[in-house]
Design a protein around this ligand. Structure first.
Ligand SMILES: Cc1cc2nc3c(=O)[nH]c(=O)nc-3n(C[C@H](O)[C@H](O)[C@H](O)COP(=O)(O)OP(=O)(O)OC[C@H]3O[C@@H](n4cnc5c(N)ncnc54)[C@H](O)[C@@H]3O)c2cc1C
Length: 623
């Protein structure tokens, strides 16, 4: 297949799996269209009192359990979560936080699921990953959304009771591009027979239940598979830069027989199920990121005043003070984003697929920067492990570990690059519908002419709405007090964002989808505007609690975000993208191999992409 044909196939597979309908309003979708619908998120929906009380009680009990029974240093050192921790969490109900009570779960609102993961993520990210891989992408979430009643009754009580589940999509040759999926599921009477290799299966090494994506003919289907089924081999347990405690492996399927009743949804719906699962499933990751950032605030405060250099507490030297401010303001915004998105997910009146994706992208990128700044603030101690610090008689702060652990957040559950593509697709959906064939590189001249007329009609009514809005009125959003100006900025910037998207589309038409840097900045601006909105809403709510001073945090965050937004807008049109792409081409073509002179590559020899037969370790084989 040519490169173009392969690209088209991948795009088509993604397109088919997309949820195309918008049954509910979406704040973020409107934001990208320049229509700032604050009414969709303000006042932010709150869970009913009874559910909130159960949520609060659970998070308190979880905190007590973590404090008394979980030793994150031990998990890091032994690279394993002890059995009694898993059992204790199961007794608390932590494996069934979002599973309905009728299926044995706690049935907590997403808001409290997020708060629980924020807590666990701040203490032990590997443990948060175990819980979230099980609940957000493992068996419970797809069954909750697409399972039959029979499947729910069979599997959900087991998941809630602590049987661990894993989600198996990735393969050696399939990461961001599921069109290449090679694992097959062939129907044989009342069963399917599965063959293939799955890579990087979080929880896969110890899982009882697996959700497996496999090809049924041309399309992809999803199956719940008992991990103890004959023919399944866990080939090895992988090791990573961080998250040392996760049980992540390579799982090989060889003639694995799965009852046909274990197929989730219809044949061919697998990818759609996987993507829809992630719509709300993705909320766990921003929660962990917010937990990391909030922890960083604590360490920044304590260390920033404890360490004195050049006659001053280090946190009061301006170069460090700006880091403290960035860490605190960002932590506040990340918690706000996480809570707002969780509350919207509970409320179900809004479609939150863009918000959840923005939350994942934004929280993973920003929390990594926060932790990086924390390491810098800690100086040499930031680079030293907690165990080594403690062995020297100092406080064992795991800043370097948190940084390592958080790095993967920008890669898994949709890498930042793929998130930007996915959000772009949703955000410009209205334009694409209006412009249709105009932006299709394969459209005929006649189709384009028709599309031009249709687009003309759409833009004739839409463009005038972008000229002025509430953001131009100096008195609007007055209820937000000192933050009103920031919301006016968001409203104006939203319209500018929509206009910029339109200019981009007029300029590049069918080529727009390849302008990934331009589109990425559009998405990043949208993410900043969403975060600013969330921070202002949270501050307005927090200000009712008299002991707090949330306005300063939200205000400083908004000032920082506005600088980033301004810079992103400027770089939409003034950048080195074309040069960069040209240079990258030369690099990849080998024009500058002389640059690689004078170095020695320590990599171990081997193929870039392994074969199923590769490596000889066998962790567990079911005969
Ligand atoms: C610790 C860990 C845990 C994981 N857990 C699971 C799990 O439980 N289940 C599971 O199924 N998978 C899991 N994964 C896999 C993870 O989801 C993938 O690593 C991720 O989706 C990226 O795929 P890839 O690594 O193959 O990168 P590739 O797809 O090879 O991408 C390489 C780079 O190219 C970029 N890229 C790719 N395509 C495009 C494009 N069209 N445009 C622009 N940029 C592009 C990517 O963003 C990335 O930067 C895990 C991975 C790790 C490391």
């Amino acid at each position: 297949m040519t490169e173009h044909a392969e690209y088209r196939e991948s795009r088509e597979v993604g397109e088919q799996a997309r949820e195309k309908e918008w049954r509910h309003p979406s704040f973020a979708r409107q934001l990208f269209l320049g229509d700032y619908r604050l009414d969709l998120v303000h006042p932010a929906p709150t869970p009913p009192d009874e559910a909130a009380k159960r949520g609060e009680d659970f998070v308190r009990a979880l905190r007590r359990f973590l404090d008394a029974h979980v030793d994150p240093v031990l998990i890091e050192r032994t690279a394993q979560v002890p059995d009694d921790v898993v059992k204790g969490l199961a007794r608390l109900g932590a494996f069934g936080m979002t599973i309905k009570e009728e299926y044995g779960g706690l049935g907590l609102p997403y808001l409290y699921y997020c708060r629980a993961l924020m807590l666990v993520g701040s203490y032990c990210p590997a443990l948060a990953t175990l819980l979230s891989a099980h609940q957000s992408i493992g068996v419970p979430q797809p069954l909750k959304l697409f399972g039959t009643e029979e499947q729910k009754r069979e599997f959900l009580p087991r998941c809630a009771a602590g049987e661990i589940s894993a989600f198996l999509l990735t393969e050696p040759d399939v990461g961001s591009d599921p069109a290449r999926l090679a694992t097959t599921a062939v129907r044989d009477g009342d069963e399917y027979v599965l063959d293939g290799v799955k890579l990087w299966t979080t929880n896969g090494v110890i899982a009882d239940l697996l959700v497996v994506m496999a090809r049924t003919g041309k399309k992809i289907s999803a199956f719940v598979v008992e991990a103890g089924t004959p023919g399944i081999t866990v080939k090895r347990r992988n090791e990573f830069m961080g998250l040392r405690g996760i049980e992540n492996g390579v799982t090989v399927f060889s003639q694995v027989r799965v009852p046909a009743r274990n197929r989730v949804g219809k044949e061919g719906e697998g990818l759609k199920i996987a993507l829809t699962t992630l719509n709300t499933g993705r909320l766990s990751l921003p929660a962990t990121c917010a937990g990391n950032a909030k922890w960083a605030v604590k360490i920044a405060r304590e260390w920033g005043t404890a360490r004195v250099q050049w006659g001053r507490e280090v946190g009061r030297h301006e170069a460090v003070a700006t880091k403290v401010a960035f860490i605190a303001a960002t932590a506040y915004a990340l918690e706000a984003v996480c809570e707002l998105t969780g509350r919207l997910a509970d409320d179900r009146r809004n479609d939150i697929r863009i918000e959840a994706a923005l939350a994942k992208l934004y929280a993973s990128e920003l929390s990594y920067r926060v932790l990086d700044e924390l390491v810098q603030m800690r100086g040499g101690r930031g680079y030293e492990t907690a165990a080594s610090l403690a062995a020297r008689g100092e406080r064992g702060v795991p800043a370097e570990q948190m940084l390592r652990d958080s790095r993967i957040n920008r890669i898994f559950e949709g890498s930042s690059e793929i998130m930007r593509l996915a959000i772009t697709r949703e955000a410009v959906d209205a334009h694409l519908t209006a412009a249709g064939e105009l932006v299709n590189p394969d459209a005929s001249r006649q189709e384009r002419a028709q599309a031009l007329r249709r687009a003309g009609r759409f833009y004739a009514t839409w463009l005038p709405t972008l000229v002025a809005g509430t953001g131009n009125l100096p008195t609007s959003y007055a209820a937000f007090g000192p933050l009103a100006g920031h919301l006016r900025f968001v409203e104006r910037a939203g319209r500018k964002l929509a206009r910029s998207t339109f200019y981009g589309m007029s300029r590049w038409q069918g080529g727009l989808e390849h302008k990934q840097s331009f589109l990425g900045r559009i998405v990043d601006i949208g993410a900043e505007l969403y975060a600013m909105t969330a921070a202002c809403l949270k501050a307005e709510e927090d200000s009712r609690d008299l002991g707090r001073r949330p306005y300063e945090l939200a205000d400083t965050f908004c000032h920082q975000a506005r600088r980033r937004v301004d810079a992103l807008f400027a770089r939409l049109w003034d950048n080195s993208d074309t040069r960069d792409v040209r240079l990258a081409g030369y690099v990849l073509d080998g024009r500058y191999t002389f640059l690689e002179e004078g170095i020695l590559d320590p990599s171990i020899e081997g193929p870039w992409i392994g074969t199923p037969e590769g490596g000889d370790s066998v962790w567990r084989k079911i005969l």
